[in-house]
Design a protein around this ligand. Sequence first.
Ligand SMILES: NC(=O)c1ccc[n+]([C@@H]2O[C@H](COP(=O)([O-])OP(=O)(O)OC[C@H]3O[C@@H](n4cnc5c(N)ncnc54)[C@H](O)[C@@H]3O)[C@@H](O)[C@H]2O)c1
Ligand SMILES: [Zn+2]
Length: 381
Amino acid sequence: MVDAQKRALVTGGAGLIGSHIVDALVRDGWRVRILDNLEPQTHKQGKPAWIHPQAEFLHGNVQDYDTMLSALHGVDVVFHQAAYGGYMPEMAKYVLVNSFSTAQMLEIIRDHKLPIRKVIVASSQAVYSEGAAECEVHGRVAPLLRPAEQLRSGHFEVPCPQCGRPTRSIPTPEETPGGGETVYALTKVDQERLVLLWGKQTGIPTVALRYSCTYGPRQSLFNPYTGVIAIFCTRLLNGRPPVMYEDGGQTRDLCFVEDIARANLLVAASDKLDGMPVNVGSGRATSVRDLASIIARQLGVSIDPIARGEFRPGEIRSLISDISRIQTIGYQPQIALEEGIDRYIAWIKTQGTVEDYFAGAEAGLRQKGIVQSVTKSAALA
Ligand SMILES: NC(=O)c1ccc[n+]([C@@H]2O[C@H](COP(=O)([O-])OP(=O)(O)OC[C@H]3O[C@@H](n4cnc5c(N)ncnc54)[C@H](O)[C@@H]3O)[C@@H](O)[C@H]2O)c1
Ligand SMILES: [Zn+2]
């Protein structure tokens, strides 16, 4: 029954997560519109072939008022995925694409009295400072960000905020105090707070999904600033070692993109989590070092990762998402890491020549202080 067909706007619907949300929505019978400007950093070869033929594609920028107004026309639910992400050196662009554009979108919906029934915004685990941890003396604690001076001296563990002993990472629930410790993370905090606050003021249901590290087919092979699995794959396929920051002992909660897309559809169909920030992830931790060996093994190459005494100020040491909140509406991660990486590698093999863009981006990251070095004396110690 066409009249009952639900209508979605997926901003960033050409990207990794957005495109999988689009596919899942079309499969579920939604009418879908995509708004995406095909950011060149991500889409070096232009419009990707995977954009669903049944979705309407608007090529435009979320920053543009009139474009956003027409994109929102006739929509029931907004899945707001478009964003500038990762460890890019720009500052103002993050604020414009992420914070400003979200605020403007909300203003448009309110001021034009658009009959939107729900806004779901893509937030990130990056909103936590160091996540939740356990101290052997003080139990559960919420450590503060490790200061750059500590990292510079080659000490990477996360100290207990009360006694300074090293802590152990434990699953991080949504109540854990956060902050936004990089420019990207700050704008993710902005986006989720703007959306949740606006939801309370207008009465329109909203949810902020805090995604963990997402990967899978369609993750850009051109962007050297974001996506650890993509970057490690492109390095290894070019016969070069993956570069680990710190000592490679950081852990990440890595989640397959189809699980993240499914979480979006579950949240759209339920009102139980309205008004809340909600973690979505795998609930499992993998160290960056282990990840590098899993990928190398699955690619069939024997190249070890390297750590060169470098770190990125603001990087979270260890994060495991506590996914019990989203499990209350039936979410369960379904794709294990090895299987997900296999599926990503199978996709990469369909993508032609793969280049290592990371090598070219490194100097700029160092020059701008996004990547810094452990001091010589500490490195020798
Ligand atoms: N991938 C992850 O690990 C991860 C983790 C946490 C949160 N997120 C968030 O999830 C969302 C989707 O991320 P992704 O991994 O799919 O990234 P992606 O880069 O693959 O997709 C983002 C899409 O947004 C589009 N876009 C960027 N700027 C735009 C603009 N100004 N106007 C219109 N479109 C624009 C890009 O062209 C791209 O297609 C983002 O909000 C990101 O911050 C991602
Ligand atoms: Zn302690």
